[in-house]
Design a protein around this ligand. Structure first.
Ligand code: NAI
Ligand code: MG
Length: 343
């Protein structure tokens, strides 16, 4: 019997995506040198491929990803040459919705020496539906975007958030607007109340999202895990990214707790393709590198996950920084500095 080999697909994407991916790829080589059994394969999907071929993520390539890979490491997509963002939308949605990657986990752990050091906040964002289901219509003078919430996805997301809050022994807050979004967020509240009854040991409460944002800006310390639908989770997690040092530093991991397919996890930084700074070596690779650490942890490679996180912390403690954090290192120099701290 062959040992299982973890097959990881790399999709660098567009703009700053390939620049930060170039700093994550050597970490796979490093993990392999330490005895982890993995194979990595780079896939070309993104704006260049779309403009050259008209393909976004072809059905056959998607099926191959779904059935023959275990994990995806993703950079970012989005390119000014494709103004309607069609390729980006199709690639991202096909992966998130197709693979049913319901849980999008966005930890916020401000780095040593920063203003909010010590904070440990985690956002669980539903990743496949809600207001981002792309159903709606436009006519002159009137536009409709539907938000679809299904009990299956809501329950999977909230279960993951309850399990995490229980494991950490921290509070869980559900962000909602059930006062106005009576149907969709009403469903969220009902499932939340169900799960709260099943997990009496977790201090859990719902909060109107607007009041939650105000409370977060005033003092984020009392919050442990925050769960939210796709739209609110998007907004809240960009706010918490600011607590930790900005867009360039925030990692994320998406997974399918019910494992409908072989490929059930995707790691990517929170940021997009950053066209304003792309191609200049200005992108901070920390978000991408910390996302790779989250993937290692998900695969059960805890020593490697921790070593990468400690290398990032040590590098920042030494004062090494890219320009978004007030330093002068390039993307490549920052990646190298972090790798030099690895065991
Ligand atoms: P963005 O995250 O690309 O950029 C927002 C701001 O953060 C910009 O000022 C950018 O320079 C800065 N930034 C982003 N990443 C950085 C990094 N690694 N280091 C330092 N600074 C960084 O979001 P924006 O501008 O809203 O979108 C740009 C493109 O990316 C669009 O086409 C959008 O659709 C796409 N996008 C793709 C995502 C994905 O692939 N998952 C997520 C978000 C946006
Ligand atoms: Mg966002």
């Amino acid at each position: 019997i062959l040992d299982h080999i973890t097959r990881i697909a790399l999709i660098p994407g567009d703009g700053a995506g390939p620049e930060v991916m170039a700093e994550a790829e050597p970490l796979l080589e490093w993990a392999r040198a330490r005895g982890r059994r993995l194979e990595a394969e780079r896939l070309p999907y993104g704006a260049d491929h779309f403009l050259a071929t008209g393909e976004t993520l072809p059905e056959a390539a998607y099926a191959d990803l779904r059935d023959r890979f275990d994990a995806i490491l993703f950079g970012a997509v989005g390119d000014p040459r494709v103004p309607d963002g069609r390729h980006a939308e199709e690639i991202l949605l096909r992966l998130r919705q197709g693979l049913e990657l319901t849980v999008n986990f966005r930890p916020c752990r401000p780095l040593p020496g920063t203003r909010m050091a010590g904070l440990h906040l985690e956002v669980f964002r539903e990743n496949t539906e809600g207001a981002y289901c792309l159903q709606g219509s436009s006519e002159p003078g009137r536009a409709v975007d539907l938000a679809v919430h299904t009990e299956g996805a809501v329950r999977r997301l909230l279960e993951a958030a309850f399990l995490r809050a229980r494991a950490r022994g921290c509070t869980l807050t559900l962000a909602h607007k059930a006062n106005v979004l009576k149907h969709g967020h009403g469903l969220w509240l009902r499932v939340f109340q169900d799960l709260r009854a099943a997990h009496p040991e977790v201090p859990a409460r719902g909060m109107h999202a607007d009041a939650l944002l105000c409370a977060l800006v005033q003092d984020p310390a009392p919050f442990g895990v925050i769960a939210a639908d796709n739209y609110l989770g998007d907004l809240i997690s960009d706010l918490t990214a600011a607590f930790a040092g900005g867009m360039g530093t925030a990692p994320s991991l998406s997974w399918a707790p019910h494992r409908p397919f072989r490929c059930a996890v995707l790691a990517e930084p929170v940021h997009g393709s950053a066209p304003d700074i792309a191609g200049q070596g200005l992108a901070n690779p920390v978000g991408m590198i910390l996302s790779t650490a989250l993937l290692f942890r998900h695969l059960g490679w805890e020593t490697e996950a921790r070593a990468v996180e400690e290398a990032v912390a040590a590098t920042l403690r030494d004062g090494a920084r890219t320009s978004d954090l007030g330093g002068n290192l390039s993307t490549g120099e920052m990646g190298t500095a972090i790798r030099e701290q690895l065991p």
